[in-house]
Design a protein around this ligand. Structure first.
Ligand SMILES: [Zn+2]
Length: 461
């Protein structure tokens, strides 16, 4: 009995020491970041000296080269590029859009959806039919839709607390809407911008194109202009409302590009990996600050923090700048393919792609509720004092998503910041550096480094 008690006390003592060691290390990570953090300055360079970096563009290539140099300057064990072919879509001249009623022409704010086709050279003008769902198109049928411009106007559902859910449930209008409308003979599509904000920014984003089928031009319209159009359609007075828009975007042949990878080699399990990343490409309307400049800069910062604190990881740790998340996911797919080909065992992959706002915690994909509860009891408590203690079931991210098909047992983890302001700037001309807060960005980077440390130290068992 006496021996048992002694053993028990020893175990309690060891577990207490480990906890103290963990909380000390996490404190060190935050101190280093909040005093000497570099991610805000790096984000400034990416946004202001490079700027928009849509896949296939010269700026995307500049970002790849700069990203590689940045990682090399941090002295990681290995920095390398993963070649991958990416789609190359270009917007062309600034789009024009107008609501027409008789002799009245009201200009509106529109932006072509990514991957969309152009209108004819003089634009397209047609009567408008407003719908709120894909199902409604089906109900109306070809007779009603043929020859018209379909106007998808289902707003964000404000009842969701996490705005990402509202984005998810409204998103089919932009992703699939144009292709479905084309099937019913529409001549163009206008989609209400995917945001709850009432403003004059059109929010672009990818739409699906049909291979070898009919594709019609599609554009996003600002929410203020969407409301204007809807109000005018409801008047029902003659002459009937028409819509005009003109865009000259096109898809060029695929272009060569790269993922950028920086690695700290594991001291015990060099072939086991913990990957952290975001996407380097951005939409072309602004600087891709929150989407996803913050994510890539936080990822490399997480590695820098561990390195500068002299941490020697047991497993290999990688920061990855994925290319082409916005209109193809080719970088993420390539990363998973190469991981399988090279027989690299991934324990976990973390993605930051929901903006650089105040951290709340992380979401876990591929883990059971009991497992998440257990993790909350251990790591949630350590991260809670820093505001990052929410560990919940949820998505990982589009770049790391393909890993789950290729790697049995990998846990995908999404960095979860506060989501209330993300869709104010998402895919708009307003996604600029000035809208990123230094402390919020840094707290996020430190929380990611802390989680990597915990996974590396303790694994998932
Ligand atoms: Zn993104």
């Amino acid at each position: 009995m006496k021996i048992k008690l002694t053993l028990l006390s020893a175990l309690i003592l060891i577990s207490g020491l480990l906890k103290a060691q963990d909380s000390l290390m996490i404190r060190k990570i935050y101190d280093e970041e909040l005093v000497n953090g570099q991610c805000y300055g790096n984000l400034h360079y990416l946004c202001k000296n490079i700027g928009q970096r849509i896949s296939g563009s010269a700026n995307a290539q500049k970002a790849v080269e700069w990203g590689k140099k940045l990682m090399e300057s941090y002295g990681f064990d290995r920095v390398f590029l993963q070649p991958v072919m990416v789609p190359h879509w270009v917007r062309g001249a600034k789009e024009e859009g107008a609501i027409i009623k008789g002799d009245t022409k009201i200009s509106v704010h529109i932006a072509a959806l990514g991957m969309s086709v152009a209108t004819p050279q003089n634009g397209v003008t047609a009567p408008v039919i407003e719908v709120h769902s894909l199902k409604e198109l089906e109900t109306l049928g070809k007779d009603v839709i043929k020859g018209k411009i379909v106007f998808f106007n289902r707003p964000f559902d404000p009842k969701f607390i996490e705005t990402l859910w509202a984005y998810g449930t409204a998103g089919d209008q932009r992703n699939a809407g144009p292709a479905v409308a084309a099937k019913y003979g529409a001549v163009g599509v206008i989609v209400r911008s995917l945001t709850e904000s009432l403003d004059n920014f059109p929010h672009t984003g990818a739409t699906s194109v049909v291979k070898d089928g009919v594709n019609i031009p599609a554009a996003a319209i600002s929410t203020i202009d969407a409301n204007k159009l809807s109000t005018m359609l409801k008047m029902r007075s003659l002459p009937a409302v028409k819509f005009y828009f003109k865009q000259s975007c096109k898809t060029l042949p695929d272009a060569p590009s790269f993922n950028v990878v920086g690695e700290m080699k594991g001291t015990e399990n060099p072939n086991k990996f913990i990957t952290v990343g975001g996407h380097l490409d951005s939409w072309d309307l602004a600087e891709g600050a929150h989407d996803d400049g913050t994510g890539v800069m936080q990822s490399v910062e997480a590695l820098r923090l561990l390195k500068v604190l002299g941490y020697k990881p047991k497993n290999s740790i990688r920061a990855v700048f994925f290319i082409n998340e916005e209109n193809g996911d080719r970088g993420g797919i390539k990363y998973a393919e190469l991981a399988a080909e090279n027989k690299e065992e991934h324990i976990a992959a973390i993605e930051s792609d929901l903006g650089g706002f105040t951290p709340r915690g992380f979401t876990f994909e591929g883990a059971s509720p009991a497992w998440i509860q257990n993790i909350n009891g251990k790591w949630g408590k350590l991260l809670a004092p820093y505001g990052s203690g929410t560990l919940a079931a949820g998505g990982g991210g589009s770049d790391i998503g393909p890993l789950i098909e290729k790697q049995k047992g990998v846990i995908l983890i999404g960095y979860l910041p506060d989501s209330q302001r993300y869709f104010d700037v998402h895919h708009t001309p307003n996604d600029v550096f000035e809208n990123v807060n230094k402390r919020e960005l840094e707290l996020g980077a430190a929380s990611m480094a802390s989680l990597i440390y915990l996974i590396d130290m303790h694994g998932f068992n």
